[in-house]
Ligand binder design. Sequence first.
Ligand code: GAP
Length: 449
Amino acid sequence: MTDHPDKLMDKLVSLAKRRGFVFQSSEIYGGIGSVYDYGPLGAELKNNIRDAWWEAMVHRRPDIEGLEAGILMHPDVWVASGHVGGFTDPLVECRSCHRRFRADELDEIAAGRPEAQQCPVCGTTGEFTEPRQFNLMFKTFMGAVEEEASTVYLRPETAQGTYVNFKNVQESARQKIPFGIAQIGKAFRNEITPGNFIYRTREFEQMEMQFFVKPGTEDEWFDYWSEQRMEWLVSLGIRRDRLRMHEHGPDELAHYAKKAFDIQYLFPFGWQEFEGIHNRTDYDLTSHQDQSGKKLEYFDPASNERFLPYVVETAIGLNRTLLVVLADAYAEETVNDEERVVLRLHPKLAPTKAAIFPLVKKDGMPELAGEVADGLRAHFPVFYDAAGSIGRRYRRQDEAGTPFCVTIDGQSTEDRTVTVRDRDTLEQVRVPVNSLETFLSDRITEASA
Ligand code: GAP
């Protein structure tokens, strides 16, 4: 189905654990459904993806402001957003296309014949989960007494924190429409069918941007953001031929969306949603204005008009991006008659930028290697490794996606030069210790978008 190596998902899960990218949560207790922990390399990779998004969406954009809203919000937020009302019916899910339906709206299921029920979306028959009273949102209680009045929800999207802060951000940052608000943060969904490793989980992190525009201009902004987001993904080194746009049909649209495109990625398990671009109209601002009784209109000084802006949203999962980055970077190849697994991570994203090896553990090489590692560590993450043959050490770093390996050999202690090996081309060059940091930094930045 894809041009990924055979059994790639199994290999990724195994590599992720072996090398400290991703662990199952609470593993020593047998794990907990669909929650994952990020190890030393995973936490670093996640931070690097997060930073790349923030840099592209906030630091480089005079028309976008950053925000960090709380995970817990006033419960009325979720009434206004449609999440409280929208997810309290008995639901069944088609195991084939993962669409959910109200059990009482499917004739055969309502009549007690689930085996005869055809999925209205994909047409598969008899593949429905048992009906269950299902709310997508996790509930918890605020305060000491577990009573209904203190029920709060773990947010299922970051977007609502942005809508309720629209006025605060617009006025404090003195932004004029069109402008955007970007946010990165945790979201929680009690998914009926999580799966495919970190693709769909119950706790995850979103990177979302809400762009507020004048009604009537939303279509051009929608096209603009669709293109921008695609180019950003390509700038991370993700192969363009594994990305495509999919427009939502009327039966796929979320309750808030008038128009939606998914950027899909060709995962090892097929084409699936990676990022969403949504025209949310003034749905959310109108609902919050009605529910809260507070005016959320924008006053346009140029035209002397007051209006509720329309919103074009870009929404991507950070964990899902990490999965795509790993899947896309993974390669198996033969080098000098030896098999190697290599993660061709973009140097900007690589958790470790360089590994430092003394060729042998004597003749002053470990001391110089230690000095080199300490010098570089002030600029970017490096890893010191003196254990095993040099070949084995290379293999370990190839698997971790480290773009450069620096070896300190006999010549190094004489003339203070080292060899730098490039993970992808396997070329080795000799570089003086005193210009090593600049040499590596230039290459890491050169490769960056
Ligand atoms: N604010 C709009 C929104 O939340 P969405 O399409 O439901 O839209 C946006 O989610 C993105 O968040 C998805 O494209 C996906 O990358 C990520 N995402 C959604 N649910 C997820 C889950 N259960 N696990 C991991 N990532 C998820």
